[in-house]
Design a protein around this ligand. Structure first.
Ligand code: ADP
Length: 334
């Protein structure tokens, strides 16, 4: 696997944990989402009620888990973290839910990957705070009703379109996280360096922010590597040229594209005349999981205008052709 999917799909590291903002005041960017959440928290606290259910959507590494922590912190409640693929039986869900206290938050990452059979139990849990579960089998089978404390479900997913309509409709707020602009990322980079006690110049921060694909998790990871690089190959300070050399070593270019991104673009150009081509075909050809292409590489390539999604499949844009330096008319296709 490549650098990006390693960063974006790996569990959180201790350093990342230390860098996580703990309050809204400390969380930069995502203005609309932040304001919507602040309003809900303010109102729920004032009424002394649990927060309504919230769905956060957007690409990985933008702060969905961080916001769940902040919500719990601001509500003075506890947070339980789990993820869709982990809850594979109704019993697992029942166990999680009945273990909650009044007002607690349950964060389900990749909520679109909850098995269908389990998802249905979530409906009554979210709506009526109860769950009817079948115990035993055959003639002894019977349904037992469990009541659940009033909790808040915070769901996270990369795209709302991946959720079924009945599940989606049970969230009071659905709000989208977008890639961060460069100025906000620079601010995040400077904050992280301060917390880590890393010396960085303005040029260094700009260089890292410019190549971090609008993603704080990537920015934090690049800081870590640039710090090591600065200690080994320079005098310890992350300057513009130190950052630039460090990122070259990681094969992340000026536009934040890594080797896998470029392999995808080149493959589509050389073998498929720029498409349309299905994601599964691309995944097999570049030797990467379809899931990783869809969650890690494709959203950024689309956002930055290298790829377009059509009914027939993915197609390269003129910007992509220019970036890989191949002329569309010279591509042979298969
Ligand atoms: P997601 O759940 O969307 O994949 P996370 O909440 O795990 O993303 O965020 C990844 C990392 O990026 C966190 O460890 C956190 O330190 C950092 N981060 C995310 N959003 C921000 C932000 N707005 N300001 C500062 N750091 C952030």
């Amino acid at each position: 696997t490549d650098y990006l999917s390693q960063v974006l799909e790996a569990p959180e590291t201790a350093v990342e944990k230390a860098l996580r903002p703990l309050s809204f005041a400390d969380f930069s960017g995502q203005g609309k989402t932040k304001e919507r959440l602040e309003v809900m928290v303010g109102a729920a606290s004032k009424r002394g009620e649990a927060l309504n259910h919230i769905l956060l959507h957007g690409p990985p590494g933008l702060g969905k888990t961080t916001l769940a922590h902040i919500l719990a912190h601001e509500m003075g409640a506890s947070l339980r973290l789990t993820s869709g693929p982990v809850i594979d039986k109704a019993g697992d869900l029942a166990g999680l839910l009945t273990g909650l206290q009044e007002g607690d938050l349950l964060f389900i990452d990749e909520i679109h990957r909850i098995p269908k059979a389990v998802e249905e139990y979530l409906y009554s849990a979210m709506e009526d705070f109860r769950i009817d579960i079948m115990i035993d089998q055959g003639p002894n089978a019977r349904s037992v009703r469990l009541s659940i404390p009033r909790f808040t479900l915070v769901g996270a997913t990369t795209r709302t379109g991946l959720l079924t309509a009945p599940l989606r409709s049970r969230f009071t707020l659905q709000t989208r996280l977008d890639y961060y602009d460069r100025a906000t990322l620079e601010k995040i980079v400077r904050r992280s360096c301060k917390l880590l006690n890393v010396a960085i110049t303005d040029d260094g921060a700009a260089e890292i922010a410019g190549r971090a694909r609008g993603t704080p998790r990537i920015a934090n990871n690049l800081i870590n590597f640039a710090r090591d690089f600065a200690e080994q190959r320079a005098d310890g300070e992350i300057t513009g040229s130190v950052a630039s050399s460090a990122l070259e070593l990681l094969e992340i270019d000026r536009n934040g594209l890594d080797e896998m991104d470029k392999r995808i673009l080149r493959l589509m150009a050389q073998n498929y005349k720029g498409g349309p081509v299905g994601l599964g075909t691309v995944a097999v050809a570049v030797g990467e999981e379809e899931h990783t292409l869809e969650e890690v590489h494709e959203p950024y390539l689309i956002q930055e205008g290298y790829l377009a999604r059509t009914q027939q499949g993915r197609v390269l844009t003129p910007k992509a052709w220019a970036t890989i330096g191949i002329k569309p008319e010279s591509a042979s296709g298969q």
